[in-house]
Design a protein around this ligand. Structure first.
Ligand code: FAD
Length: 504
């Protein structure tokens, strides 16, 4: 039985809405979460994507870095995040660059073989030493009121300020590294989910890089045991246990700045009032609900989910596929290849050699596979393709999806010893276990404007001192989702910060 008034009504039950609900309910506030879909989690969910195949795939997001340990501890979340033994592998002809977290000598040997000396590894260590230092300093501030620009500059120090916050990352990478492959590996973190030229003075790619290297003070990208659904499930449990009410199948139709929220569920249309409204939905959706003009963000990725009957063979005889695919496996993501793909997509064409990266969750955490699949040697494979902006898919969504998928699989096959299609598991109905999601698919099925995975372009983690970066033009309305300052990714940070702003 719903009440008519709540201290907080949360619009959307994504993981950030659940974080906000859990903090507020634990602080004794009456909280209602309204979620449009039949389940919570938003973009942090697991799904059995292929009928009759017992594999729970992280359908959208898949790795966790930005979720602070403090949030996990505060909310008593029962989740496990597992570090990957191998950070990355990048095929280069008949060899490849392996970054092995557990064997520094092997990493050094791989750098020497691929780049022809020690210089690139030294430059790599200097660069990531700098980002590790920034991570340690900046990560704790993400759960505090905003610092201003000058305070952030003081905090990170002059070298990091210049190279991460002021100069285009493309320029910095070209200066610090000489090898095209190494440059590309560094640049991918600046381009994931972000359609940008890393040399652009607008520094959008710098902001993307920053959020990819500071997560929880280490920047590690860890595997959520049980898949992303386990993270959202633990958050929903924490929110409910603290007394939050979560209503699924409840689509919010309108939000009034006075605090009234109109929604529709299976029983009809209703209204509730919140002293505060926390919007977990993207800013463009909030604008529509408020009756305002909608900004139009643009996402730029192709997500492909696969189940394999076995791992594909590599062209490089020196590396076990189980090592290569357990970290981030870079496909045609050299610096020049990234630049070419960006230019082609900017000109309205699907890149001829799409840059992408894949990883196999089940190599680090087999628990997402049923026992039969595990025993048979099956694996999940997640592909994230870059530079596939929504504009390419507007005119002919299905045809363009097919063309983008074909080009992406060809790009992958160009660096393997056999076509990945030969390794796809077949579902009981004979169909291959493969699904592809374009930005337009995400807009349609996940309600994500432009298919932008961060709800809108990422912003710097500093601002007006004392504010939380969740404020809107209306006093009673706060953002609590990825579109807030310091939002983006699976982090719970904007959910935490909106709760703190309300409690302050
Ligand atoms: C393909 C893909 C891969 C990604 N990979 C990663 C990754 O590996 N690691 C990472 O950290 N991040 C990743 N991200 C980004 C990350 O998933 C998101 O930034 C994050 O999950 C956003 O969480 P949120 O709770 O703020 O919003 P969302 O998860 O978008 O939740 C918003 C919720 O609001 C609901 N809603 C919308 N409209 C209404 C309405 N009118 N009424 C009621 N409810 C409504 C939606 O159904 C949804 O549940 C990825 C995203 C995508 C799409």
């Amino acid at each position: 039985m719903l009440r008519s008034r709540y201290e907080a009504v949360i619009v959307g039950g994504g993981h950030n809405g659940l974080v906000a609900a859990a903090y507020l309910a634990r602080a004794g506030r009456r909280v209602l979460v309204l979620e449009r879909l039949g389940h919570v989690g938003g973009l942090a969910v697991s799904a059995r994507a292929f009928p009759g195949v017992d594999a729970r795939l992280s359908r959208y997001s898949y790795l966790v870095s930005l979720l602070p340990s403090k949030v996990v501890a505060d909310l008593g979340l029962k989740i496990a995040l597992r570090r990957r033994r191998y950070a990355s592998y990048t095929p280069v002809g008949e060899t490849g660059l392996l970054v092995d977290n557990g064997d520094a000598a092997r990493t050094a040997e791989s750098f020497a073989r691929v780049t022809g000396g020690d210089g690139e590894l030294e430059a790599w260590r200097r660069f990531y030493g700098m980002t590790a230092d920034v991570a340690e300093r900046v990560a704790p501030t993400l759960l505090e009121p905003l610092a201003d620009r000058a305070a952030m500059r003081n905090l990170v120090g002059e070298e990091a300020w210049r190279d991460l916050f002021e100069r285009p990352v493309g320029e910095v990478v070209d200066e610090r590294f000489a090898d095209d492959t190494v440059r590309g590996v560094v640049l991918t973190d600046a381009l994931i989910g972000t359609f940008a030229d890393p040399s652009d003075p607008g520094l959008l790619a710098n902001r993307c890089l920053l959020y990819h290297v500071i997560g929880d003070g280490t920047g590690d990208w860890n595997v959520p045991v049980g898949g992303m659904g386990a993270v959202s499930g633990a958050l929903a449990d924490a929110a409910r246990a603290a007394g939050a009410e979560i209503l699924t199948g409840a689509e919010v139709l309108a939000v009034d700045p006075s605090g009234e929220v109109a929604f529709r569920d299976a029983d009809g249309e209703h209204a509730v009032t919140g002293e505060r409204i926390l919007a977990n939905v993207p800013p463009a959706v909030l604008a529509r609900l408020l009756g305002e003009a909608e900004p139009v963000p643009e996402g730029a990725q192709l997500k492909v989910n696969m189940v394999l009957s076995r791992l594909p063979r590599l062209r490089d005889p020196g590396v076990d596929p189980a090592a290569a695919f357990s970290g981030t496996f870079h496909i045609n993501e050299g610096r020049d290849q990234l630049a070419r793909a960006y230019a082609e997509a900017s000109a309205g064409r699907i890149p001829s050699l799409p840059p992408a990266e894949v990883y196999c969750h089940s190599l680090t955490d087999p628990s997402i596979l049923g026992p039969g699949l595990r025993e048979a040697g099956a694996h999940t494979m997640t592909l994230f393709g870059l530079h596939m902006p929504a504009r390419l898919f507007r005119e002919d969504p299905a045809g363009a999806r097919e063309a983008a998928l074909r080009a992406t699989l060809a790009s992958m096959n160009a660096v393997l010893a056999e076509p990945v299609e030969d390794c796809l598991l077949r579902a009981p109905d004979g169909s291959p276990c493969l699904e592809a999601k374009t930005p337009v698919d995400l807009e349609t099925e996940a309600g994500l404007p432009g298919g932008h995975i961060f709800h809108r372009d990422l912003s710097w983690p500093y601002g007006e001192p004392g504010r939380w970066g969740v404020e809107t033009a209306f006093e009673r309305v706060l953002l609590c989702g990825a579109g807030a300052r310091r939002g983006g990714g699976v982090s719970g940070i904007p959910g935490h910060n909106a709760a703190m702003a309300l409690l302050a």
